[in-house]
Write a protein that binds this ligand. Structure first.
Ligand SMILES: NC(=O)c1ccc[n+]([C@@H]2O[C@H](COP(=O)([O-])OP(=O)(O)OC[C@H]3O[C@@H](n4cnc5c(N)ncnc54)[C@H](OP(=O)(O)O)[C@@H]3O)[C@@H](O)[C@H]2O)c1
Length: 250
């Protein structure tokens, strides 16, 4: 007689930084629809974070919100603790939290540079350190770069420099995690219709940038969440890559 083993499948868990708004929020909702329990991190926007949780729950998923500055190592350790306590472990980290200030290099406010450095570079180190220590086998770390790095757009020097650092650490961490069965990739969106891109730009600038890709529109958070869903789920053979999701802009 064949022995029957009934093992209940372990539910996969995703932690999404910057999950209260924009690309992070859409990614959290998409991963929840894919079957993940999701932990939605945010910096200060409690109302939006709770709205993101409510949207996941309304769609039949499981989510909690947890506030933490991604650059604060104690707060991020507590964020990962909260995720493990709520859902028993973590499989995927989507590190979408990021900030952007634009200015020509010659006029760049060095305090703004330091703020971007703190959130975008230090924050990625802090989040990826916790992810590297805690993710279960079969997991994925998804960082965020930007297509402006290769576009070399005037005004983006400080922001693009922080994303260059994200790409460097992504490729190296992928190799450092040899033997763990954890993929590490970066998504590099082109212009995407979120507050980070839209705020402070006039309509003419937005229309000009929207016309640049061959697909002749801005990216949407859904476009990027599709790529996140792929990297978080089926894409086990994509590792140590920067995936430029930008409608073909060059
Ligand atoms: N939009 C684009 O065109 C574009 C293009 C290329 C790359 N990206 C990258 O994609 C990622 C997501 O961008 P987005 O457009 O979705 O931005 P967004 O709409 O401005 O949302 C930013 C998110 O990051 C959170 N956040 C900011 N600083 C944080 C901190 N110190 N600690 C924790 N959370 C923090 C915000 O939380 P609160 O709500 O609490 O403030 C919010 O949830 C970023 O890394 C960005 O650089 C965006």
């Amino acid at each position: 007689m064949t022995e029957q083993h009934t093992t209940s499948p372990v539910r996969r868990v995703a932690l999404v930084t910057g999950g209260s708004r924009g690309i992070g929020r859409e990614s959290a909702e998409r991963l929840a629809a894919d079957g993940f329990a999701v932990v939605i991190n945010y910096a200060g926007n409690h109302t939006e974070a709770e709205a993101a949780v409510a949207a996941v729950v309304a769609a039949g998923g499981d989510a909690i919100a947890h506030r933490a500055d991604v650059a604060d190592e104690a707060a991020v350790a507590a964020l990962f603790d909260a995720a493990e306590e709520a859902f028993g472990g973590i499989d995927v980290v989507v590190h979408a939290a990021g900030v952007m200030t634009l200015a020509p290099l010659v006029d760049t406010d060095l305090d703004a540079l330091d703020r971007m450095h703190r959130t975008n570079i230090r924050g990625t180190f802090v989040v990826d350190q916790q992810a590297a220590r805690r993710l279960r086998a079969g997991g994925a770390i998804i960082n965020f770069s930007s297509s402006v790095l290769s576009l070399a757009l005037p005004g983006y020097s400080a922001y693009a420099a922080t994303k260059g650092a994200v790409e460097a650490m992504t490729l190296i961490l992928a190799r450092e995690l040899r033997g763990r069965d954890i993929t590490v990739n970066a998504v590099a969106p082109g212009p995407t219709a979120t507050a980070l891109f839209l705020d402070g730009k006039d309509e003419e600038t937005i229309a000009r940038m929207a016309a640049q890709p061959p697909l002749e529109r801005l990216g949407t958070p859904q476009d990027i969440a599709e790529v996140v869903s792929f990297l978080a789920g089926p894409a086990r053979w994509v590792n140590g890559q920067v995936l430029r999701a930008n409608g073909g802009i060059v």
